[in-house]
Design a protein around this ligand. Structure first.
Ligand SMILES: [Fe+2]
Length: 292
């Protein structure tokens, strides 16, 4: 047996077998070196997924603000939500508002990479949509640099990540469009950036709509201000290890139809069978059974 077939041994994680079979192994090299990799629209391989996702996001944004959003003109409303400011607002808690989001969180080209790092029992921590518009300030001179390992407030951060993130790009990322940015290799420092640290090494992640960024929970990242007119749309599907606390609760939001049209992995991702956090005399049981 030569090394080309070693991924098939029983001691290797099944996720790695999928990574090899789907030609994703070069992304592990980039993740190791930079802390981020870009999957192209061609690799994602579903031309209509971008359009369906964008339509769903624009529909939800309009429903929540009463204003019809326009990617080209930048028309948007206002929303008093966490993270909103003069340059952006965020959509939270929308998994159940369109089946396309069920596709995204368990996509065949991204989930094997997440599973490889976090374990095949990892869970969806949250699903968040960023809507940004023209604004010279953006996140300010520090570019909002941070990492996603916020639960470790003091650090040091574990070298093996406990969280991983994906950023689904719904409008083109260029520097003047307010591209996402990272500080390449910063995930290996295993700590949070100090205020202003890393700005001179931050690089824009320029990629067309339909691309997906996959990045390590320790890597320092932020965004450049959007200088061009129009809207910048993206969705973060954020994951954590099965033994960590998720940001968002999906309890009571998973319908029978959602369970029926998805596999067991979906149930695990959204904590459908989670036995933790019990509160009645019957003891630990899947939360959805507790009401009966
Ligand atoms: Fe982040």
């Amino acid at each position: 047996m030569d090394a080309d077939r070693w991924h098939g041994t029983s001691t290797m994680p099944p996720a790695y077998k999928l990574i090899k079979e789907r030609g994703l192994d070069k992304h592990l090299t980039e993740l190791e070196a930079y802390g981020l990799t870009i999957l192209t629209p061609e690799e994602i391989g579903e031309p209509d997924l971008l359009e369906r996702t964008r339509e769903a996001v624009l529909r939800i944004a309009e429903a929540r603000t009463g204003v019809r959003h326009d990617i080209d003109t930048g028309a948007h409303g206002s929303m008093d939500v966490v993270g909103s400011n003069d340059s952006q607002y965020l959509l939270f808690s929308f998994l159940e508002e369109d089946p396309v989001f069920e596709e995204i969180i368990q996509h065949r080209m991204t989930l094997p990479i997440i599973d490889y790092y976090l374990g095949e029992d990892c869970q969806l921590s949250s699903l968040t949509c960023f809507i940004k518009w023209q604004n010279e300030q953006g996140y300010g001179p520090n570019l909002g640099l941070h990492n996603d390992s916020g639960l470790y407030r003091a650090g040091p951060l574990p070298g093996r990540p406990h969280v991983f993130n994906t950023n689904w790009i719904l409008t083109d990322y260029t520097l003047d469009n307010g591209a996402f940015c990272i500080v390449p290799g910063s995930h290996k420092l295993c700590r949070h950036p100090k205020p202003g640290e890393g700005v001179e090494d931050a690089v824009p992640v320029e990629a067309p709509a339909g691309s997906v960024l996959v990045f390590h929970g320790n890597v320092w990242h932020g965004a450049f201000p959007r200088k061009n007119p129009g809207l910048r749309l993206s969705i973060n599907a954020y994951y954590c290890g099965g033994h960590y606390r998720a940001q968002e609760s999906f309890r009571g939001r998973i319908s029978e139809a959602m369970v029926a049209r998805n596999g067991e992995r979906f149930q695990q991702l959204v904590g459908y069978d989670d036995i933790w956090g019990f509160s009645d005399a019957r003891g630990p049981m899947s939360w959805y059974k507790r009401a009966s």
